[in-house]
Design a protein around this ligand. Structure first.
Ligand SMILES: NC(=O)c1ccc[n+]([C@@H]2O[C@H](COP(=O)([O-])OP(=O)(O)OC[C@H]3O[C@@H](n4cnc5c(N)ncnc54)[C@H](OP(=O)(O)O)[C@@H]3O)[C@@H](O)[C@H]2O)c1
Length: 400
């Protein structure tokens, strides 16, 4: 049995367990996988559902985008050879797509996929569902198919896993929309809206989206027009019921649906706020992608964002990604032993209460950081003027 010359941190919390993770090529789930490999290496097997057409492309993505990522340099130091044999023995890249039934694992009645699926149904103990589209103004069809129907496909997969102990679904704190003050860790009820408007019905939302899409196709609208219309529809439907954008609206509907249909499944929903770089684990400052807050930091770093449209005194809830992963692991450990949680368990993961960061503080930090470490691309350093402009602007107006 391959093992890593790991650490004193290994608490054997997942001893002999089999885990399915979705979204592992993405920011958050990749960090979860790394932490599990480094600190819980006596798990039995980890299946990573990766968007790919076949096993060899999924394996290639596993190596190129997950294991060879800089993030794994700490665990790599524990022994490159050991890591390679550990990965090949315990980590299985599964080609699939959450938008399809059975997560798209069976393709063309391929017998290997059938065996894999059978093994997964028999052995999986824990499912961590992190895959999603995180674009705020995503096309309504894409957001519904990925976030909402994708999560339902994961739930129905979970319901067929005979040994399952827990399904952990990663949602977002912003399912609460723009509410202020204390937000309780309580599930949505079906059809709940944020502005009190009645009539939210998820089946109707899906049907309206499909009808509108078919209509556009019948009218032979080109792809650009369809994209614009679908983006527009998502934002309009979200705003109708009080959510600020398509992403959080579909995440909120997903929570409602999961809660409604979970049956006997023990369901834990994590609602992180804006996830930032790692605080210290496995090393400080690791980050990936341009989702949520990263897009804003990137825009500022590149000098494209000329001013900040926030009140500098207001609190911007950032939470380091390694803390989110720690919370996910704790939530699994705490809840998995209690078979058949009747109610959905919800956790908010944020920093506003204990360690609030204001937008003003963020602005000053970004200014300092990019002054010392200017953004560099193929044309050389890009920043200088923009940073000053940003800070000077702040002096003149509360909401620059
Ligand atoms: N980042 C944040 O600040 C933040 C804050 C709160 C909550 N969250 C939640 O945290 C979770 C992870 O977010 P993230 O920042 O890690 O996002 P991310 O970096 O964009 O990763 C998304 C992952 O989902 C996968 N995915 C998307 N569509 C899929 C499909 N149809 N089938 C299979 N996999 C699919 C992507 O695969 P590909 O590589 O193939 O695209 C990728 O691995 C999400 O549920 C998000 O809502 C994020």
């Amino acid at each position: 049995m391959a093992s890593l010359p790991v650490d004193q941190q290994n608490l054997h919390l997942f001893h002999n367990m089999t885990i399915l993770v979705t979204g592992a090529t993405g920011f958050l789930a990749k960090l979860f996988v790394e932490k599990m490999v480094r600190t819980q290496s006596d798990f039995k097997r980890m299946y990573l559902l990766i968007r790919a057409d076949d096993i060899s492309s999924a394996n290639k993505r596993l190596l190129d985008e997950v294991i060879e990522n800089e993030l794994f340099r700490v665990v790599g130091k524990l022994g490159a050879e050991g890591l390679r044999s550990f990965i090949s023995e315990k980590i299985v890249a599964v080609p699939g797509d959450i938008r399809s039934f059975d997560l798209g694992i069976i393709r063309n009645d391929d017998s290997n996929s059938n065996i894999m699926l059978h093994n997964m149904f028999t052995h999986i103990d824990i499912i961590v569902h992190s895959a999603a589209t995180v674009r705020f103004d995503e096309r309504y069809d894409t957001a519904i198919n990925t976030n909402l129907k994708g999560a339902m496909n994961v739930l129905s997969f979970a319901q067929r896993c005979t040994n399952l102990k827990l399904l952990l679904h990663v949602s977002t704190a912003y399912v609460c929309g723009e509410k202020e003050g204390y937000i309780l860790e309580k599930p949505f009820y079906m059809g709940e809206s944020l502005n009190g408007i009645d009539g939210l019905n998820i089946e109707t939302e899906i049907r309206m989206m499909e009808d509108h899409l078919s209509e556009l196709k019948v009218k032979k609208a080109n792809e650009k027009k369809i994209t614009l219309a679908m983006k527009d529809m998502g934002m309009q439907r979200a705003r109708k019921y009080g959510w600020p954008n398509t992403y959080v609206f579909t995440k909120a509907m997903t929570e409602m649906w999961l809660g409604q249909w979970k049956g006997d499944i023990s369901l834990v929903i994590m609602r992180p706020t804006m996830i930032s770089s790692t605080f210290k684990d496995p090393f400080p400052g690791w980050n990936q992608g341009i989702g949520t807050i990263n897009g804003f930091i990137l825009g500022y770093g590149k000098g494209k964002m000329k001013c900040l449209a926030f009140d500098p005194q207001s609190i911007c809830d950032l939470i380091p990604s390694d803390m989110v992963v720690n919370a996910m692991i704790c939530a699994i450990i705490v809840n998995m032993k209690q078979m058949y949680l009747r109610d959905t368990i919800i956790y908010h993961i944020g920093s506003s209460m204990r360690n609030p960061v204001t937008y003003g503080c963020l602005a000053v930090s970004l200014f300092k950081y990019f002054t010392i470490n200017p953004w560099v691309d193929k044309n050389g350093p890009e920043i200088g003027e923009q940073s000053n402009f940003f800070i000077n602007k702040r002096k003149h107006s509360r909401t620059t």
